[in-house]
Design a protein around this ligand. Structure first.
Ligand code: SF4
Length: 407
């Protein structure tokens, strides 16, 4: 394999808590949405105040922060963009992710020092397009998800001065460029305003009126997608091929996903990339990593378009969301004298439940038979928002994630 630089691990951070989680569990960089200007709903956007704090903390740990302002702006959005762009530059974020050429023009005039990353929403699929965006001042391009790794490698070789970023994990949108009205029609929440409810993942049967008992399976060839029921992308087994193709940043989807998802996906890909750094010529995907990725919300995994001979997925009613584990709580404090941690409970927890504490390099079983409150009173159970003490011999960082099996 030709030696290439190991890619950066880029993790989604829908809010300040998730940003801290991503940093704690091995992200090299995080991406966030900025209120009102990202293609995600408000639940996955950050205020400038949170972003300022988050960037300070991330930079102290050597982690970069990219701010998505990737809305396709209408004239009415430009005033806010003019206000926000200089603020982002002053924080300073490490780059802004944009889709709209108008936003690029604004950034170049208002904050020319701010590196520009082009969003996957701009749907860049060839090296001439990459050159075009380079000439507009774009430093990095998040390639279209429809490309295979051979095409990615050809683009990287043709335009090496532009950094390429590639989605390697997470939910896949079945609409080309994410331009889709399915959620708006079915749920009155528009994907084009960043509020997709992923209606394409629901179960549908398409009937022709003359053949009522004979539902159609909708599929397209490998240049596009299978419709309506995509599995999730997972390329952890192919990190050497992705590195060899010249990808500079591997990106995880999921700004709307949970803190548990962020912790697991960050540390699992962190382990995998570390293994690649240590032994680039002999990378093996540890089955434990795949087992970890099945513990978080997923619809079964596919390699998507990475290999042109493969189909993106099967349209099958069997494709459903699953996850074996969920968030139990997070560590609020560690008491090294009494060897216990204060936990902010985020679920229902009964004494004796099997709970695991996720550390960056290991998973620790926690004894929940002795849950006590601040007064030392033993508790038979705890609920969301309760604070409890659980025994722990070794120190845990604030924000560390505890998980339990889905009940
Ligand atoms: S409904 Fe599905 S295809 Fe449409 S934008 Fe949302 S994720 Fe994409």
């Amino acid at each position: 394999m030709k030696e290439k630089k190991i890619p950066e691990l880029l993790i989604p951070a829908g809010n300040l808590e998730k940003m801290r989680t991503a940093v704690l569990y091995g992200a090299d960089a995080v991406y966030i949405g900025v209120s009102g200007l990202s293609l995600r709903a408000q639940s996955a956007e950050m205020s400038l105040a949170d972003l300022t704090n988050g960037v300070r903390e991330a930079h102290a740990r050597g982690v970069k922060v990219y701010a998505a302002i990737n809305t396709f702006a209408r004239n009415a959005d430009l005033l806010q963009a003019r206000l926000i762009i200089p603020e982002l530059a002053a924080i300073p974020v490490d780059a802004v992710i944009v889709s709209d050429p108008g936003m690029i023009r604004l950034i170049k005039s208002l904050a020319p020092q701010l590196p520009i990353h082009l969003s996957t929403q701009a749907n860049t699929t060839n090296s001439e397009a990459v050159r075009f965006w380079r000439d507009q001042g774009v430093k990095r391009i998040v390639l279209a998800r429809e490309l295979n790794l051979r095409e990615v490698g050809e683009i990287a070789a043709a335009v090496p001065e532009v950094e390429l970023e590639l989605f390697v994990h997470g939910a896949m949108c079945m609409a080309y460029s994410g331009r889709c009205y399915l959620s708006a029609y079915r749920n009155q929440r528009s994907a084009n305003e960043g509020d997709c409810t992923q209606s394409c993942r629901w179960e549908y049967l398409l009937y022709e009126s003359t053949r009522p008992g004979d539902p159609l399976v909708l599929e397209e060839d490998e240049r596009y997608t299978y419709l309506l029921s995509s599995k999730d992308l997972c390329l952890i087994e192919y990190l050497p091929e992705i590195t060899a193709a010249g990808v500079r940043s591997v990106k995880i989807e999921g700004r709307m996903k949970s803190t548990h998802y962020v912790a697991v996906v960050a540390r699992t890909y962190h382990w995998a990339l570390n293994a690649l750094i240590q032994n680039p010529g002999n990378y093996h995907c540890n089955p434990e990593w795949l087992a970890e990725l099945k513990k978080i919300s997923n619809r079964g995994y596919t390699t998507g378009f990475a290999f042109s001979e493969e189909k993106i997925n099967e349209t099958s009613p069997e494709i459903k969301y699953s996850q074996t584990h969920e968030l139990a709580g997070t560590v609020l404090q560690y008491d090294s004298v009494r060897k216990r941690m204060l936990v902010g409970v985020r679920n229902h927890l009964a004494a004796g439940d099997q709970v695991e504490l996720l550390l960056l390099d290991e998973t620790v079983r926690i004894d929940t038979r002795i849950m006590v409150d601040a007064n030392g009173k033993q508790l038979p159970e705890a609920n969301n928002d309760n604070q409890i003490y659980l025994p722990l011999e070794r120190e845990a960082s604030i924000g560390a994630v505890l998980r339990q099996k889905v009940k």
